[in-house]
Design a protein around this ligand. Sequence first.
Ligand SMILES: O=C(O)c1cc(=O)[nH]c(=O)n1[C@@H]1O[C@H](COP(=O)(O)O)[C@@H](O)[C@H]1O
Length: 239
Amino acid sequence: MRDSTSQSPTDPRDRLIVALDLDEPAAARAMVDRIGDAATFYKIGYRLAYAGGLALVPELAARGLKVFLDLKLHDIGNTVEEGVRALSGLGATFLTVHAYPQTMRAAVRGRGTSSLKIIAVTVLTSYDEGDARESGYALPISELVAHRAFQAAEAGIDGIVCSAFEAQAVRNVVGPASLIVTPGIRPAGSDSGDQKRVMTPGQARAAGIDHVVVGRPITAAADPRAVTQAILAEMAAQE
Ligand SMILES: O=C(O)c1cc(=O)[nH]c(=O)n1[C@@H]1O[C@H](COP(=O)(O)O)[C@@H](O)[C@H]1O
């Protein structure tokens, strides 16, 4: 399997990003403590960020953990650029923006020389072809994702969020140095919820992704640490 990406994780635990989609920082801290050293990379989305969770970014970073700040920014260029600039010193490793050319170029300018990696969200994993058509897109999802991945590469973006179904096509477009991050990941037998383009951790790894994002299957589990370890073991079996 392809595994020569220059930015690909060296610690296998970094391949799994646990989405801390919880109501408050105290709940997120408790979840991080329960998972313990099984996970090294956490995602803070806007549910938690708007409830005081931005303060967790430097806090988790100071504990040696990596943070994916998933704010999915999209606005006029100046607002995105200055917003990214304001976020770039927090200590996050990844920040998401929507994959629109103006937005992506502005985010790259705002990131400047900081080590923050800008990750572009192509087509949400909760969308199927009908949802994309309803939103006014005539292209099939696979083509829309590839189109946006191409534009992301042109804009100097560091990585792509897509579903694992599009991972190989995206790799062909962005090359080996770009990161591919896939949510919509479900261990076999677990509830898909609102996700529509879904793969298992092992299938995603075999498809050449760099990182999977998993939230509810871990955070809603009776034993989040055990589920985390099982997902990592399933991915390691594909190495
Ligand atoms: O940018 C993301 O992280 C994201 C993009 C996408 O296309 N689909 C998607 O599910 N996500 C996020 O990934 C996480 C998936 O959570 P679960 O469905 O609970 O595993 C959520 O925090 C979503 O906001």
